[in-house]
Design a protein around this ligand. Structure first.
Ligand SMILES: C[S@@+](CC[C@H](N)C(=O)[O-])C[C@H]1O[C@@H](n2cnc3c(N)ncnc32)[C@H](O)[C@@H]1O
Length: 250
């Protein structure tokens, strides 16, 4: 995090690559350090999620959009790493801007490894991560005294039956706390089924928060048993967070 003696929004350039967590999308939820890094950037390598609406206001900066459309065409991670190494080695002030926090399902550490191997200086500015922030924006606390004393953040990117899935769905179903499911629009129905099969009640409340922090934000309340039908009926599209557990009924 850049050293500072004042909280005025002065540019904070850094020769190398600064990983900036941009928060869930509303530019107001970018940190002060993140905004100062952006103001000091020569190059911004950005994703689709995060505070992209402020990029046109940055003025004289090269913006490289490597945004990944879920399940759609993407700039490969290898190509993104190559761009970061090339720009970062050229003595430029480069910001790698991602939605939420770079290290929460953001492949941020893959970028760190390649940059480190290439000798490019790295600075890290954490971001407001969506699994924490988006439920709150939707009116759902992920913990509440006497209701849920634990929460587990889970990627739903791979189906429970996928051989590469590292999630212990049986253990997850047996826990009583909140489950925050990310990247789960496609696999949500299969995940709901597996959680019910391993012991979570079909009546378990679920809150679906779509486009958290954006003008298009919406919140849908349902149950685990009805999740699949609701995703289809409400035409839920990414980005969406599913909050599963008693807190979703508060
Ligand atoms: C590849 S992950 C990146 C997460 C990000 N690094 C973070 O810390 O929030 C993308 C997933 O995050 C969740 N997500 C991110 N921003 C969101 C938003 N504004 N509203 C709802 N879900 C969001 C969705 O589950 C989406 O599929």
């Amino acid at each position: 995090v850049p050293e500072q003696t004042s909280y005025a929004l002065t540019p904070s350039p850094f020769q190398g690559v600064t990983l900036v967590g941009g928060g869930p999308g509303d530019p107001e939820l970018l940190t002060i350090a993140g905004m100062r890094a952006l103001l000091g950037a020569d190059v911004v390598v950005t994703d689709r999620l995060g505070p992209v609406s402020l990029l046109p206001e940055l003025g004289d900066v090269e913006v490289i959009d490597v945004g990944k459309t879920p399940y759609g065409p993407a700039t490969s991670q290898e190509e993104i790493n190559r761009i970061l190494v090339e720009k970062g080695s050229a003595g430029l002030s480069v910001v790698r801007l991602k939605g939420g926090d770079n290290f929460v399902f953001g492949r941020g550490f893959e970028e760190v490894i390649d940059l480190r191997d290439a000798g490019v200086p790295i600075r890290v500015i954490p971001g407001v991560s969506s699994p924490i922030a988006v439920p709150g924006l939707g009116g759902v606390p992920i913990t509440h005294r006497g209701v849920s004393h634990e929460f587990t953040i889970v990627s739903g990117h791979l189906a429970p039956s996928h051989p590469d899935s590292l999630v212990n769905w049986t253990a997850l179903a047996a826990m009583s706390g909140t489950i925050v499911l990310m990247m789960a629009v496609v696999n949500g129905p299969a995940i709901a089924d597996v959680l019910i099969r391993h012991g979570r009640a079909g009546s378990t409340p679920v809150a679906v928060v779509v486009d958290g922090s954006l003008p298009t934000q919406r919140v849908i309340r349902t149950t685990l048993a009805d999740l699949g039908a609701v995703i289809a009926a409400e035409d839920v599209q990414p980005p969406a967070i599913f909050v599963i557990g008693a807190v979703a009924a508060l």
